[in-house]
Design a protein around this ligand. Structure first.
Ligand SMILES: [Zn+2]
Ligand SMILES: [Zn+2]
Length: 331
């Protein structure tokens, strides 16, 4: 009995220490993020050119309507802007398979690795790098077996290396907003100190579509949609036409649970675990998007709940498009 009590108290003590350390880290990280942001020079990225055509083909995400394709709580999108093909993020590959869900879906959708002109890593989390091990080792992989890639450039907000399975690409770390190709840019990193996941530097893609405006393509959206829109408005004179991707609204529950713990909801933001994000934040996100009067909204289900998806769908009835693996969004 006494032993059981000691074990229980030790366990509670460890949890308290864990939470206290993470809270301290998160608070310190918020100051670092504010400083890093204040040191960045954010100037207009114009003229950055325009593209005539843009399409986004989700290769990995949480939902599909095609039974041939695989789904998971990760992200990989194929972005085709005129003649430039970008692979944005490389999925989760939770079971460490070869072929990975990404590779399986690429094959099924007739996407060849050699078609890819550049890789864009939105941030260094496991669901965007191809797995837990990749995140730990600061690597990214398309699959747990050979995938032949050309010596293309990988734009990443932090130092990262290709895995031994997918050598070839050359990494260029970028922090400030940068034009990557005609009409295509990174909006630059917006750092955020997250409770569990730590200091997270994330950037998003902006594509300027002729006669329409800026289309923002977002990985996990840890930056917050408000900050992403603010940044885009500082960088571009054109209106924001659309926003596609992860905006992180796992409310009330996310896609990732560890037993009773609602991991995505509790730990993927900059709040204490007992004050997780709620419907109010979802509505703030909706209001921020409503202000830009978008023509296109497509929310990734990988880090937002069905309820959040329904809220967005209801808020933007004429503009909302379901983000499904294999369903190309053409602009
Ligand atoms: Zn994510
Ligand atoms: Zn993330």
């Amino acid at each position: 009995m006494v032993t059981a009590l000691i074990v229980l108290l030790s366990f509670i003590g460890l949890i308290i220490i864990f939470i206290a350390l993470h809270l301290l880290r998160m608070t310190a990280g918020k100051k670092i993020a504010a400083k890093e942001l204040s040191l960045m020079s954010i100037k207009k990225l114009s003229p950055m050119g325009t593209v005539q055509t843009l399409s986004i083909l989700p290769l990995v995400d949480f939902y599909t309507d095609d039974p041939v394709l695989k789904t998971e709580a990760g992200v990989s999108y194929l972005i085709r802007a005129d003649n430039t093909t970008i692979l944005m993020d490389t999925g989760l590959n939770l079971r460490r398979e070869h072929p990975s869900p990404l590779l399986h879906n690429m094959k099924a959708l007739n996407v060849r690795p050699e078609d890819i002109d550049m890789i864009f890593i939105s941030h260094l989390h496991l669901d965007h790098l191809g797995g837990m091990k990749e995140q730990k080792n600061r690597k990214f992989s398309l699959s747990k077996g050979p995938v032949s890639l050309r010596n293309i450039t990988v734009y990443s907000p932090d130092a990262v290396a290709p895995s031994e399975f997918n050598p070839g690409p050359v990494v260029e770390k970028i922090s400030a907003p940068k034009i990557l190709a005609n009409g295509i840019a990174s909006i630059g990193i917006i750092p955020r100190s997250l409770f569990f996941l730590g200091y997270t530097r994330e950037h998003s893609i902006a594509v300027n579509v002729k006669g329409k405006g800026i289309v923002l393509i977002v990985g996990c959206g840890h930056q917050t949609v408000e900050a992403i829109i603010d940044r885009a408005q500082l960088l571009f004179d054109e209106p924001i036409y659309g926003i596609i991707g992860g905006l992180h609204f796992p409310v009330p529950t996310g896609r990732v649970m560890a037993g009773p713990l609602n991991i995505q909801n509790m730990f993927g933001n900059d709040r204490a675990p007992w004050k997780p994000i709620n419907e109010e934040e979802t509505m703030h996100g909706v209001e921020a998007i409503r202000k830009i009067k978008p023509k296109l909204v497509a929310l990734s289900p990988h880090d937002s709940s069905d309820r959040a998806l329904a809220t967005f769908k209801e808020a933007f009835p004429g503009q909302y498009v379901d983000l499904l693996v294999g369903k190309e969004i053409k602009i």
